[in-house]
Design a protein around this ligand. Structure first.
Ligand code: HEC
Ligand code: HEC
Length: 280
């Protein structure tokens, strides 16, 4: 399985080709590549970014309804409504009804019942997480138990303050170095071993307490004067990306982890939420 570093070879290739074309066709290369983000996008992504997102085109609910009913809408996989079609948990996973606008806004009805987003705030939504974030370890099958003893150990360590104590050193840290701890084929530290990317994904070091507390992207963000992205929030496992990544499958269930996390339809769904999630 080939893995996407933030600038994968394919994207790098696209960016290089775009750079070359720009050098040939436009007088000012610097001007053409002023938006670094855009240079990583393919044509489909670029069209949505420039013609829909930047101009804040109003997204009609009709389009969202179509996305929920469409196979492969967010990358290869079954349509959302196949598994989430009723508020009754007997007929629909998590009692999540994605066939109506009201159902989408209500979220899961099975305990813990909760909305998937607050209208106006896509960034912090559960829905965004579920469409973008791969469950860890990368490539773990979606039906791997999510309440195993090892996952419970991580949860209680975080809920009890995430301290650098004997419990952490003897019970928790070894799990991150163990290939068999959470299912899948690789240990966390095989991909998250230092603050250097590459080789370490998201500059995340899961080999020590200090590394875990430093969080993700600490080097890149330090250049902007920001701290790393916290993956552990002491006292609150449910809110901690580390625990979420061990327990939340990316949707649609079974999607290949290599599918783009920036799929244009994810962007459009998020824009609909940011615009207030209107049912019109
Ligand atoms: C093949 C079945 C299947 C498909 C298709 C599917 N899901 Fe799921 N979904 C599940 C299962 C099973 C769960 C519960 C297990 C879990 O949380 O990982 C779930 C959980 C969720 C949750 C968590 C809700 C909560 O509050 O706990 C969200 C959100 C979600 N799905 C959204 C979607 C979206 C959006 C799509 C379409 C892109 C989708 N699902 C497609 C099976 C599916
Ligand atoms: C085969 C390599 C691989 C393995 C093994 C792996 N990861 Fe990851 N991890 C990734 C990649 C790639 C990303 C970024 C892409 C994504 O989020 O899906 C990532 C992202 C993360 C993030 C998000 C960081 C952020 O910026 O918010 C966390 C947390 C994480 N992994 C935890 C773990 C844990 C815990 C384990 C072990 C159970 C693990 N990873 C095992 C490759 C891996």
């Amino acid at each position: 399985m080939s893995l996407p570093y933030r600038s994968s070879p394919r994207r790098l290739g696209v960016a290089l080709a775009a750079g070359l074309l720009a050098a040939i066709w436009t007088p000012g290369l610097a001007q053409a590549s002023s938006d670094e983000h855009e240079s990583y996008m393919d044509d489909h992504e670029l069209a949505v970014e420039k013609l829909v997102r930047k101009r804040n085109i109003a997204i009609p609910y009709d389009y969202i309804a179509t996305l929920m009913r469409l196979p492969n809408a967010f990358g290869e996989g079954a349509a959302c409504v196949l598994c989430h079609s009723s508020p009754d948990p007997k007929h629909s996973y998590r009692g999540l009804d994605l066939t109506t606008c009201e159902g989408i806004k209500a979220g899961a009805t099975e305990p813990p019942a909760r909305p998937m987003f607050e209208p106006g705030d896509a960034e912090h939504s559960l829905l965004r997480r579920r469409l973008r974030n791969n469950r860890m370890p990368f490539g773990v099958p979606f039906d791997t138990p999510r309440d195993s003893e090892n996952i419970q150990t991580i949860k209680s360590w975080i809920d009890n303050g995430a301290k650098d104590d004997d419990f952490f050193r003897q019970e928790v840290l070894p799990l991150f170095k163990d290939r068999n701890a959470f299912g899948g084929m690789q240990a966390c530290t095989e991909c998250h071993m230092s603050n250097q990317e590459p080789p370490s994904f998201h500059e995340l070091n899961m080999g020590s307490h200090a590394g875990i507390m430093l969080g993700a992207d600490s080097v890149a963000r330090a250049q902007e004067g920001l701290p790393g992205v916290q993956i552990v929030i002491p006292g609150d496992a449910e809110a901690s990306p580390l625990y979420q990544r061990l327990t939340e499958n990316r949707m649609p269930a079974g999607i290949e982890p290599n599918e783009s996390r920036d799929h244009p339809n994810i962007q459009i769904l998020m824009q609909w939420i940011n615009q207030g999630a209107s049912c019109d």
